[in-house]
Design a protein around this ligand. Sequence first.
Ligand code: MET
Ligand SMILES: [Zn+2]
Length: 344
Amino acid sequence: MASGSSAETSSLMRDLLRQAGGVAVVDGGLSTELERHGADLNDPLWSAKCLLTSPHLIRKVHLDYLEAGADIIITASYQATIQGFKAKGFSTEESESLLRKSVEIAREARDIYYDRCTQCSSADSGNGRILKRRPILVAASVGSYGAYLADGSEYSGNYGEAMTLGRLKDFHRRRVQILAESGPDLLAFETVPNKLEAQAYAELLEEENMQLPAWFSFNSKDGINVVSGDSLLECATVAESCKKVVAVGINCTPPRFIHGLLTLITQVATKPIIVYPNSGESYDPDRKMWVQNTGVSDEDFVSYVNKWCEAGASLVGGCCRTTPNTIRAIYTTLPNRSTSPPEQ
Ligand code: MET
Ligand SMILES: [Zn+2]
């Protein structure tokens, strides 16, 4: 586990970026990929349900992303909360052990991947698999309070007047502690829908003297503000001001908004910027379905990638409805990440 000093935590990210040739690749959608493989995630636990029913499938999807070139894999804990597991009848101990399991599965996938790299002498096994030993980070996902509510409020960011900073911190505290103690390389606070929750995370990291670095990633549905309507500049400033935060950015947001959002974030961020948009399709929370034919193809998605990097992104991946093919295309389009040996 990292020592927790801000100098060392930021060196984790600096080293990763240097070894990746300047831009690191984040994995793609986990939950939607589990669904594409047949998992039924129509449940308040969403992908965390697979921690109970099909851990092998989670491991497979992590491996698929590693073999597509991801340098960072994000655990299946996005919608895994102690409160959510208890509502299903699990004890506190069982709930905490399920959280730990999400990190264990990702670490196992990394170990298996490294074994495959050792067994395979060429970087590309021939069927498009990228088998190249490189630094790989496991990021423990922390979804928002709105994600736990499972009513789409991670896309409204509206928690009502009664919600307070203290309540949000109490909601997340034990879960974040357990995840941090389970051996990930960093914490991924994802799809953060409002400023209050970003402040809660920042204060938690400081109060708990968290021994791990973290990234904060917001979502937007208008290309200007975060989904609640809070100012992205103010939200990014909360992340920028927190010593434990080593990257700040945007996820689960349509690709067409990313360039403009990057222009905003770069006004306040000196830390590395992470973007992992969704496929551009929209989610209908009432029908609990993605609306087809509103997204972009993998080719279109990838045509943006180098422009995002020019605009300041240094970690790029995909969120909901992106697949290993999207991630492989991102990896391949990045200069310095070619799988072929350098020319003599
Ligand atoms: C709604 S955003 C979901 C992010 C999460 N890492 C997942 O892919 O499942
Ligand atoms: Zn998403």
